[in-house]
Unconditional design. Structure first.
Length: 124
């Protein structure tokens, strides 16, 4: 595998991380409020952990980890890791699109700075 393949694995890491986060947010948000008592919280968490969509979200995290391991065989950490920050703008956009979460000007400016930083690292 060359560097191009390694970049593909970094992109897969980002994509599966974002998908996993959005799936977990979707299901955790629809499960209702966290109960007050500890015994109720354990049952609540168990119900989330056996939810098929939560399982898919966690499986996405495993796929992302495996893709990351493969990317690390060919890319320096200082090049690959900044690309992981692409998850932040993608997740906040996903939250805005899918869950109607608000986006402040500060979040948008922060996301733009992250994108600029990744672009600068990519010029290396």
């Amino acid at each position: 595998m060359g560097k191009t393949g390694a970049y593909v694995f970094v992109c897969l890491t980002v994509i599966f991380t974002v998908i996993g986060q959005l799936l977990i947010k979707w299901q955790a948000g629809s499960a209702g409020a966290l109960p007050a008592g500890w015994s109720s919280r354990i049952g609540f968490l168990f119900n989330l952990l056996v939810n098929p969509w939560i399982i898919v979200g966690l499986f996405c995290a495993v796929i992302a980890a495996l893709a990351w391991i493969l990317a690390m065989t060919r890319l320096p950490l200082g090049v690959a890791y900044p690309m992981m920050s692409l998850t932040y703008p993608l997740v906040i956009c996903g939250g805005w699109l899918l869950f109607r979460e608000s986006l402040s000007q500060w979040q948008l400016m922060g996301a733009a700075l992250i994108l600029a930083g990744v672009a600068l690292v990519g010029l290396r």
